[in-house]
Design a protein around this ligand. Sequence first.
Ligand SMILES: Cc1cc2nc3c(=O)[nH]c(=O)nc-3n(C[C@H](O)[C@H](O)[C@H](O)COP(=O)(O)OP(=O)(O)OC[C@H]3O[C@@H](n4cnc5c(N)ncnc54)[C@H](O)[C@@H]3O)c2cc1C
Length: 489
Amino acid sequence: MITVLTYKKLLLSIYILLCLIIICKISSANKLRKRDLTSCLVDVQGKKVYPNDPEYNSDLIDENTRVMFTPSVIIYANIVADVQFSVYCASTLNMSISVRSGGHSYEKYGTIGAIVVDITNLNQITINSTAKTAVVGAGSRLGSIFYALSQAGFLAPFGTCPSVGIGGHALGGGYGLFGRKYGPASDNILSMDLVDPTGRLITVTADKYTDLFFALRGAGANNYGIVTSFTFQIYPTPPKVTSISLKYNLTKIQTLFDTTQQLGPTLPDDVSFSIVIDIGSVEFQGVYLGSQSSATQVMSQFVSLSQPTSNQFTEESLFDSVVRWGFQQSNGTIYPYHSPSNFKAKSFYVKPPGLSAQGVQSLVTFMTGLPTTCPTYAVFDLYAGGAATRIAANATAFVHRDVFHSIELFTTLTGDNTTNAQCITQLNSFGETFQSNYTDYSCYQNYIDRDLTDWQNRYYGSNLPALIAAKKIYDPNNVFGYVQGIPLA
Ligand SMILES: Cc1cc2nc3c(=O)[nH]c(=O)nc-3n(C[C@H](O)[C@H](O)[C@H](O)COP(=O)(O)OP(=O)(O)OC[C@H]3O[C@@H](n4cnc5c(N)ncnc54)[C@H](O)[C@@H]3O)c2cc1C
């Protein structure tokens, strides 16, 4: 009996000793790794923020507060070489890395890496009016770019929210104002400077690294390297544009959708618009690239058929229309800032001829039935008849071409943790039913969603094999791997 007890004690002591050794090893490995990391990053000029620094927690707050990661360091790149050093260190220390541009990822993926490279300071914009091109630092925000371009008499097609970063936006598509005229932002990229997984800076164009040029324009978000600047095609701005707001009672929503299905695809490319369904209200929010008199004429049949309760055609400068539809003041558009909130969103695509009446009704019933703690709005962006639909699905990684509407369902979570979790469950479950009954299988990668099943095929469709092939060539060690990144196989 004594012997058995002693034997058990001995085993326990050995076990405890082994645990202590393992803990010691892990902690000294962590210390070593931290020392390695700090010394590896010694040549980085920009600020480095570590978990013990007072600003660490606040620096991690960007647009979405629902998700939080805890990287080992946040590096604010001041120059391109800072990005190169950071990538080199991630690669040699075998640490994961992610880049944050505007910090608007719906799943906060800009901060998912152990090393986070924030490129906010790479925000120079240089316009070549003769060539009609602009070189845009990948950390620039949409509002600042719109402002700089408009001052020089140009525009490019980007989304409406001024604080979104061009980095994530253009690499995942980027659809919004002027989308029917010029397609998604990604279709307007002429070249990109990219720091590859070894830390080398390369220029990617249609002629150089052709397969990478294909992959980055739609599937470039933290998959193949860090884009430090874009060269965009830009377009002369008309002297005046016209912002169009048509408001409807929720009870008349079907008339609006019927009209959109009948006339939307035939409207000139100069008209781009979204239908926004909010609690109890429906609004057509659009821009016409031309004068008010011309806009009124172009839209007359649409207005008379859809019967809005009010209609407003406002002739203004291009930049004022950007300010209007960004729902910011002018200053907040030129110098955008974050508005952090707790949110979750779902994405759907609808093929021509558009969403059925039952689909519209199902969406409205869902939205109006949600608890008040999770207010939800839906945005329908019209692609039909526009530039996006005239490019082949395999011309770039942005596969979503034969599309009538892109739909975003956006829920703000204002309750306690339990209520918020219930709202997310309801949203996810509605998303599955809605998709299987009424919409296409695909979803928009810029509205990235960690709860989506089979996301690879939904985001990239028939382009997925080419994207995997490019991943094998340009990031074979998966330095830029993350949970919803392009896989190696
Ligand atoms: C309030 C709001 C409004 C929006 N409005 C629109 C809209 O009108 N139209 C539209 O199409 N989309 C819109 N979006 C979605 C937006 O386009 C995406 O969330 C986009 O990915 C955000 O880019 P970011 O650089 O701001 O975000 P980040 O969080 O910085 O980056 C998003 C992803 O891209 C990667 N990434 C960022 N920069 C680079 C780079 N330089 N090189 C490689 N990878 C990079 C990041 O690692 C991350 O995975 C909106 C989002 C929000 C939150």
